[in-house]
Write a protein that binds this ligand. Structure first.
Ligand SMILES: C[S@@+](CC[C@H](N)C(=O)[O-])C[C@H]1O[C@@H](n2cnc3c(N)ncnc32)[C@H](O)[C@@H]1O
Length: 574
């Protein structure tokens, strides 16, 4: 059961009982969003949906040594000489660590087993970090000789290893914008009745130009990544993750990240974490996280309320902020001002969104400390309004954060997190985009993918790419999720579709035998060490390039982008 099942079932019931007309009429008459959501919440309570959810969905799994041991055994099987599936073993050991009861030896054995994988993987520094974690978690004395030996071997081998590769740092191709320091000075904001706000360049841009480097206001990790990445900084850190002390579904890369989470968003999400993962999707997840990050800005709900109501905080964007001392509060002005498209939404869309909001707010208020923070009715209604706002801004604005490198052949799309970006959210869509976002952690780089003449618009792609979806599929998605009729160049030319995103198909894979250290800067894989693979792939599309001649990461990326541009129409013509 997820929240859409609840919504579908409710609508079906109302239809069966011939109540849908009356209910949607009443719903439509309500002016305030919180009134709509409260109305739906009451219906869900009256029809016993909340009770059913409570009885059928676990709010949070308890720590359990028995399950910890089961996961460890599964991990051992993957790690065995027969299988040697190290990545799978690590994920299972992380699960075992997460389920282990605090202060039990199972936690320390989980760390120790992880150190064994890392030793095989020649990640000696991480191996030592895990040995230390195991000792701190009271590793049993009867087994300590094993750890002592591993530690000695590790220290010896570490000395012989070359230093880690430092990832290449990309810099803006132009001076910084006078107002918005993390974008190029040639970018300008425009607005039109048909397309809302959008971004143009006042200078010719060429392929490979880097025009923005942006950090999100907030981000959230997707549930399948919970035993691989840190829930706070989202770094891939499955080698040294530590668990939340209370839940079995969240891990952190350091005590610092753990404290940041447990004193903010995770304080409220932790008591219902498994319910959140089970019932809601990534759009709902980032909407909730954005709302919680907003609550974190002020010590009291009244102060946030005052902030959100001030006229100078309405419909603001990245170009309106004061960057001289950028605070989280200032940053949020641009996130609060993202388009909701509420006026374009149908009653049934708003009704379904209200069901999502009602279930989410009901459980988070009832079963977490949020209730105390919100105080009385005014606080609850304000929270409901804010959550409803972000349940509308999220589908139209939030970004999937992905990794250029792949973990294994089967995972094609490695989107690991969602993020709220003030500037990137001003880019309009094209099915044949002229820019490309690449991420390092949650930091987004915006590269030019096709030449853009001065005066022209920079277009992003919202997932409806001409190379992947038919024109009709794209038009349907864009009108349903983003509420506009696409008339972009990709649609006018109506290129034939050939199945997969050109750059997604180029991602090199890390196999279980890969010496992880040799990858070093693996966030930039396709731009750096693995560009040969990338080019090999593209030759299938008729593009042959002398990859060996590319020496720097920047040069490689430019070349990679050129190849992409050339390869797409080539294949399309075949
Ligand atoms: C990420 S926002 C882009 C910025 C937005 N135009 C604004 O005013 O803030 C996405 C929304 O912009 C609008 N939009 C995006 N691409 C468009 C296009 N090609 N034509 C018309 N509207 C578009 C739609 O309302 C969409 O939901």
């Amino acid at each position: 059961m997820d929240v859409y099942d609840v919504s579908d079932d409710l609508v079906k019931k109302l239809n069966d009982w011939k109540l849908i007309g009356i209910i949607s009429g009443k719903f439509n008459e309500l002016k305030e969003n919180y009134s709509k959501v409260n109305f739906v919440e009451h219906a869900l309570i009256d029809f016993k949906y909340m009770e059913k959810i409570f009885l059928n969905v676990t709010l949070r799994e308890d720590k359990c040594n028995k399950r910890s041991v089961e996961f460890r055994m599964l991990g051992n099987e993957q790690f065995s000489l027969k299988n040697r599936k190290y990545f799978q073993a690590l994920e299972l050991y992380n699960k075992s660590i997460c389920f282990a009861e605090p202060n039990s030896e199972h936690l320390s054995i989980g760390y120790a087993n992880r150190s064994a994988v890392l030793f095989e993987w020649k990640r000696y520094r991480d191996c030592l970090a895990n040995i230390e974690l195991a000792r701190k978690a009271n590793y049993p004395a009867r087994l300590s000789h094993k750890l002592d030996k591993r530690e000695r071997d590790c220290q010896q081998l570490l000395e012989q290893q070359p230093p880690d590769v430092v990832p290449h740092e990309f810099k803006l191709s132009f001076d910084s914008h006078a107002q918005v320091p993390y974008i190029a000075d040639c970018l300008e904001l425009r607005e039109s009745p048909d397309e809302g706000r959008f971004v143009v360049t006042n200078r010719d841009l060429v392929v490979g130009d880097l025009v923005a480097v942006e950090q999100p206001f907030c981000s959230t990790l997707l549930p399948p990544m919970r035993y691989i990445r840190c829930a706070t900084c989202k770094r891939e850190n499955y080698l040294t993750l530590i668990p939340c002390d209370s839940c079995c579904s969240v891990m952190f890369c350091s005590e610092e990240c753990k404290l940041r989470a447990t004193s903010s968003f995770h304080r409220f999400e932790c008591p219902i974490i498994d319910f959140l993962h089970r019932m809601f999707n990534k759009i709902h997840g980032i909407a909730l996280r954005t709302t919680m990050a907003a609550l974190d800005l002020y010590p009291s709900i009244e102060e946030l309320m005052a902030f959100c109501e001030q006229p100078q905080n309405q419909h603001k964007c990245a170009f309106d902020l004061d960057y001289s001392q950028l605070s989280a509060q200032e940053h949020y002005r641009a996130i609060h001002g993202l388009v909701t498209n509420q006026h374009l939404r149908s009653v049934s869309d708003l009704f379904q969104r209200s069901v999502v909001c009602a279930v989410l707010k009901h459980f988070i208020i009832e079963y977490t400390p949020l209730k105390d923070f919100l105080g009385g009715e005014d606080g609850r209604n304000f929270f409901t309004d804010l959550l409803f706002r972000h349940l509308q801004t999220s589908p139209s604005n939030m970004h999937g954060i992905d990794l250029v490198e792949q973990v294994n052949e089967t995972k094609d799309d490695q989107t690991h997190s969602s993020g709220a970006y003030a500037f990137l959210s001003l880019l309009n869509h094209s099915c044949a985009p002229n820019t490309l976002r690449i991420y390092e952690g949650t930091k987004a780089y915006l590269f030019v993918l096709r030449p853009i003449k001065a005066g022209n618009v920079l277009y992003d792609n919202y997932g409806a790419h001409f190379a992947v979806f038919s024109k009709q599929q794209r038009l349907d998605t864009l009108s349903m999720q983003y509420r506009f009729d696409c008339k972009c160049e990709g649609c006018e030319l109506d290129y034939p579709t050939f199945g997969r995103m050109p750059h997604k198909a180029t991602v090199p894979s890390v196999t279980d035998d890969t010496d992880m250290k040799s990858l070093g800067a693996y966030n930039y894989d396709f731009a750096t060490s693995n560009y040969t693979k990338y080019c090999e792939f593209l030759t299938q599309y008729g593009a042959a390039y002398p990859c060996e001649q590319i020496s720097s990461a920047e040069e490689c990326l430019k070349m990679a982008l050129h190849i992409m541009v050339d390869a797409v129409p080539l294949k399309a013509k075949m």
